[in-house]
Design a protein. Sequence first.
Length: 512
Amino acid sequence: METIDDIVIEARNVSKSFPGVRALDGVSLQLRRGRLTVLLGENGAGKSTLMNILAGVFAPDEGAILLNGREVRFGSPREARECGVSIIFQELSLVPHLSVAENIFLGREPRGRAGLIDYARMHAAARELLQRLDLPVDPATPVAALRVGQQQVVEIARALSTDARVLILDEPTSSLSQHEVNVLFGVLADLKRRGVALVYITHKLDEVARIGDDVTVMRDGRVAGTGPQGALGHDEIVRLMAGREPRELFHKTPARIGDEVLRAEKLSLRSASSGRALLVDGVDLCLRRGEVLGLFGLVGAGRTELLEILFGLHAGRATGAVFIEGVRVNFDSPADAIACGLALAPEDRKREGLVLEMSVAANASLASLDRTLHAGLVSETREAAHVSPYLERFHVKTPSLHQLIRNLSGGNQQKVILAKWLATAPKVLLLDEPTRGIDIHAKREIYAFIDELAQAGLGLIVVSSELPEVLALSDRVAVLCEGRKTAEFPRREATAEAILRAALPDTASIAN
């Protein structure tokens, strides 16, 4: 019988905000000795933020973390590890050019009498861990020489080497082969027998029954439901993840849909690594003038990769056919896509959408420089005349066109990106997470601009992790799951539960 003494670590009424986003709102979670809690929720539900707080990556704004009944405040992941709390991140955090053993014991290398690293002892300890995980590689092998799945196993070995009392795994099987998954699940069962408290973030519902003892579902930064594994069936989990009818975030103007402007047939993208063979797998899409096509999928679904194929970013690895206004096109680069009337506002605006040390005007004109040149050089007068109407149309708030773009708010930076692409006179606008990290007022402005552009006859494809946003903006919704299109819904049939069912790996075939 479980008692309060079984609780190893507890989050109590934890809240956390980032600019424009309340990621956690009074969340409580208990992790018990020898039990695995499966943590579920759609993208943006707050799962990773909560785990990052438990592991010392972030500090909570409000609430408390209790370890063995005592309140703790971890100043860093290292402090958390020293207290027995380890996390395996979804994104690999290994040092490629160090060896497997050096990565496993990085910062904790065994030392000899002279204070030098005892490589023999380190390699022996690493070899024992690798045997336990059924990974037959030499501990001296550089991590860069391993397959992605093998690198993930090295991450797990590093966490196990700390003798963790709490182990957090964030989507750990996303890059593993079936054999590696089976080995991992065997290790997790062994850790439970040893009394380790485990929390496991996943989107794969088939994993819940296989390894879970408890299930917690998060939604919109809160706990939507929790209980022992088996008490929550698949339908109940989907309902808890969706949890509400779509909110009308703005008044969408009835669409005036015209002729086909873009069609994609059998688009596929080979992986550059040895993880899943196809990041995009035989996807068909059609887009008409004046239409907003919402594209939804969970982590690893291939949404961003699909937009990048359309924009000519993976010419060497992508296959399939793209048609613009009925004419087949071949894009060897984004420049080819832009010339044919496509524009892409990327997910990471600061790294991929803007040059932060350049001015507002320079950023707004980057995709249409040919319209700002005089005698082969950029003319500030022509540049200002070219971009000003678009910056004004998107209500960009800036002291001047010469202001550095880095000094603008996130919402105004996003508006500059939209202005940049509208200045190219596109036929199709691809928007990847267009409202991520901006405040609610700026979001509503972006929604209104999307509506306005559709009314002007553009075709738009909008990727968003926020289901209410997809439902509010879209005339149609296409759903991706593990690189495949699993469902498509007209606006009148698109519900949160139907979309989530199609997005979850082991229910997608049912939705189809």
